[in-house]
Design a protein around this ligand. Sequence first.
Ligand code: SAH
Length: 254
Amino acid sequence: MVNFVGAGPGAKDLVTIRAYKLIASAGIIIYAGSLVNPELLGYAGSGCQFYNSAEMTLEEVINVMADGSRKGIEVVRLHTGDPCIYGAIREQMDKLDALGIPYTYCPGVSSFCGAAASLNLEYTLPGVSQSVIITRMEGRTPVPEKESIESFAAHNASMVLFLSAGMAGELSHKLISGGYPGDTPAVIVYKATWEDEEKYICTIETLEETAKKHNITRMALIIIGDVLAPARYNRSELYNPYFTTGYREAVKKE
Ligand code: SAH
């Protein structure tokens, strides 16, 4: 059996119990060496074989999986954060399907959640933003034209940019030309939840100078939006004493 497992954002205790058990019982672990905290590999049993996928092609990864599963070895494919975000898991699953190799999928804490925890941040503040746009600047992987940064910026919603810290200047221009005011709060979070985490609050206008000043080009998220420093926000109706919910009667106004 092959198990796709979310490794969480970095801190070694931010994995699920299921992920921990899968790692502990794996005979082979293929991990994304560029991002996964190597300390997580310490949960593996003795005799486990490790492969760093950063140095492998998709075909090599599949060969290791196929070989392992033919021998009845439990294989863990360890992806940073949650595999559903920029994890390139679909292409692996399709190849495993073609080979008739079964697999499971264990979710993890995505880095955008880890970063929110580090900032005590709620992305969805009533009266400020009720949506989170997760996207990236175009790199080697093209982004569909209808998903341009400018078009998303027009919403002024909370926004999280993966894989874009090295392009902060260009990003800033696109966000502003799309309709975000230049003084909208922004934050760069480097290695969220790791021991050497760094976070820098700035504005959209100062994103590039902030990234350059602290030499941040990778392993970082850029978070944009008024939710970072709201002038005001509304209380939630769910916990409003004068609002009846499925679980609680409203308090009568005097
Ligand atoms: N599946 C992962 C994302 C993989 S794409 C997840 O759910 O988080 C790799 C990008 O994720 C990095 O370039 C960076 O933008 C972001 N990233 C991953 N871990 C991070 C962390 N601990 N802190 C900040 N950004 C992180």
